[in-house]
Design a binder for this molecule. Structure first.
Ligand SMILES: [Zn+2]
Length: 188
């Protein structure tokens, strides 16, 4: 499991995934790859949600690996490369670039961030770049469509797809953008 940053709407669900695995008698180990501090924040979230849950013996191991800036983490199925971005989450936040080891196809995800040129590197040469399109006008720590439009031509990706739009962004003129929606399935 790859985590961009340590806000609950991006990593809080892992608590329930672990508990679900416990109740379903999961036996496959779970690897969580996230920002420095992920293990501590995950344990705090576990204890805040279900006191005592970090002491429970399970049939699977939860292993935490920390991102290292622009250093690849690889499995036999894919390679993940983190690029630090600008989003305050109590620990560094990252855009992630993931390459399929078999097909060579490559996608990137901005996570939450205001504009940073690190996104150019994350998106370069990708088949798909999922980018936050949170706000219509500039707002701190998040991407806005006005700023993204000024940098759009610099993003070297085959397909730019907006995700995570706020109500105000959804009310903007989106006719020149490709916007993700619930249950969207894409093949790259
Ligand atoms: Zn966030």
């Amino acid at each position: 499991m790859l985590v961009t940053h340590l806000h609950a709407d991006h990593f809080g669900g892992i608590v329930f995934l672990i508990l679900d695995g416990q109740f379903r008698r999961r036996t496959i180990d779970l690897t969580v790859v996230g920002p420095p501090g992920t293990e501590r924040r995950l344990n705090e979230a576990m204890e805040a949600s279900f006191p005592g849950s970090t002491e429970v013996k399970r049939r699977f191991v939860v292993r935490v690996v920390e991102h290292r800036e622009r250093t690849a983490w690889a499995t036999h199925r894919f390679t993940a490369l983190p690029f630090e971005v600008r989003h305050a989450a109590g620990a560094p936040s990252y855009a992630l670039r993931v390459k399929n080891a078999e097909s060579g196809s490559c996608i990137a995800y901005s996570g939450d961030t205001e504009w940073t040129d690190a996104l150019l590197d994350a998106a370069q040469g990708t088949d798909l770049f999922l980018c936050e399109g949170y706000a219509h006008h500039p707002v701190r720590w998040h991407m806005d469509l006005t700023t993204l439009q000024t940098h759009r031509h610099r993003l070297e990706t085959r397909h730019l797809l907006l995700t995570r739009l706020s109500p105000t962004a959804l009310e903007a003129d989106l006719s020149t953008w490709d916007v993700a929606h619930d249950a969207l399935t894409l093949t790259v």
